[in-house]
Design a protein around this ligand. Structure first.
Ligand code: ATP
Ligand code: MG
Length: 367
């Protein structure tokens, strides 16, 4: 996977830019608020189908302009490809290799990238939502079926929660429909949980070695899928067992769920337990260990993607190297060999000499 070029018009603070990238390390260097992250966000839009900063599409359009457009030229699957996005007020157009797509999410999986930004450094110490997001983003790029199940699960969960909240006002509606929603939730969970469990196993295999190499430490990390519906992680490999367990929980505690006004069990409560020598890394790991583990998880995401697709994804690093100590930086610099990396920084000095340097100023890119 290689990004060849990105062309942007009226996107964020960029009026018009055509930026070309080389294999290896590409460095976007510039002062604060010049458009470094904007460019990475633009590239990652094609992998994620939305802004990684959680921005609404309207916010991506340059102030005062009507339409933002982006074109990505990339090499994947042994051929040159292109994708375009256009956002106007309330409307959007998506194309892949000149074929119109109906939804942004249909784009996911064509261009694959791994993003690493400062927020990811707290992957270990934050609550479970960030770890679920890590799994979802990684697995969705590999399996369209997973993404569809996740979208349905979230939609069904919203409906089911609404029903639980209004159960007292509308007891008949509740009685007539709750089981239907529960069954649909269980159905999608039976796709999501096995995929997450399998992915966490792959993370275990890849990240443990990366962590050991990076830190030279003898402490070994373990990553375990922790389902949010009281089932042994190993049994989560079986969709039938997941469905059955979900149905059991979602039918036998309705009073508790009504009182809470929310669905109490399901993959929306999943987590990944991460430990070092058997102790929770979240509770006992040092800040440095937690950062190394987070970095190892992100690099593992790249390795798993390469192993499953036969192609290395593009690495996008937003401002992270300056947050890392010299040893981890040196490790990363070695790891970058043979990969395409696009990264941003305010200080040129901290990076490898052989990088392709692109200066960034007020939404212009000098190369
Ligand atoms: P830092 O080093 O601080 O992270 P950066 O170079 O990564 O800086 P960006 O986040 O890429 O900075 O760009 C921020 C600039 O883009 C801000 O000045 C912001 O006001 C501007 N900006 C964001 N959205 C829009 C928009 N829709 N239209 C015009 N300008 C925008
Ligand atoms: Mg930035």
């Amino acid at each position: 996977m290689l990004v060849r070029a990105v062309a942007l018009r009226d996107y964020r603070n960029i009026g018009e830019a055509d930026v070309r990238f080389t294999e290896g390390v590409n460095l976007l260097v510039g002062d604060n608020a010049q458009g470094k992250t904007n460019l990475l966000e633009g590239i990652y839009l094609f992998a994620l189908g939305k802004s990684f900063r959680g921005a609404k599409e309207a916010e991506l359009v340059r102030f005062g302009a009507d339409i933002a457009s982006l074109r990505l030229n990339f090499a994947a699957g042994g051929r040159e490809q292109s994708a375009t996005l256009r956002f106007a007020k309330g409307k959007r157009a998506v194309e892949l290799n000149r074929v119109k797509l109906d939804r942004m999410s249909e784009l996911i999986g064509a261009f694959r990238a791994v993003l690493f930004c400062p927020e990811h450094l707290s992957l270990i110490k934050e609550g479970p939502a960030v770890r679920r997001a890590y799994l979802d983003i990684a697995i969705s790029q590999l399996r369209p079926v997973y993404l569809r199940a996740l979208q349905r699960y979230n939609a069904v969960l919203r409906e089911r929660n609404k029903l639980l909240k209004t159960a007292d006002e509308q007891p008949r509606v509740f009685r007539d429909t709750i089981e239907l929603w529960s069954a649909q939730l269980a159905e999608q969970a039976a796709v999501i949980a096995p995929a997450r469990r399998e992915y966490v196993e792959a993370v275990q295999a890849a990240a443990a070695d990366i962590f050991a190499d990076m830190t030279g430490s003898r402490e070994s990390p373990t990553f375990t899928y922790a389902p949010g519906f009281h089932l042994e992680p190993d049994r989560c490999a079986d969709p039938g067992a997941v469905r059955e367990q979900m149905m059991r929980l979602l039918t036998s505690h309705l009073d508790r769920e009504k009182a809470a006004g929310a669905t109490l069990w399901g993959v929306h409560k999943d987590d990944v337990q991460i430990s070092l020598n058997g102790r929770s890394a979240r509770l006992y790991g040092s800040q440095g260990q937690q950062r190394s583990l987070a970095l190892a998880m992100k690099l593992a995401e790249g390795e798993i993607c390469a192993a499953q697709t036969g192609e290395r994804p593009v690495f996008l690093f937003d401002d992270v190297l300056s947050e890392l100590d010299a040893a981890r930086r040196a490790y990363l610099t070695r790891e970058f060999a043979g990969r395409q990396v696009i990264m941003t920084t305010c200080e040129r000095a901290v990076f490898p000499d052989e990088a392709n340097v692109i200066g960034v100023r007020e939404g212009s890119y000098m190369q």
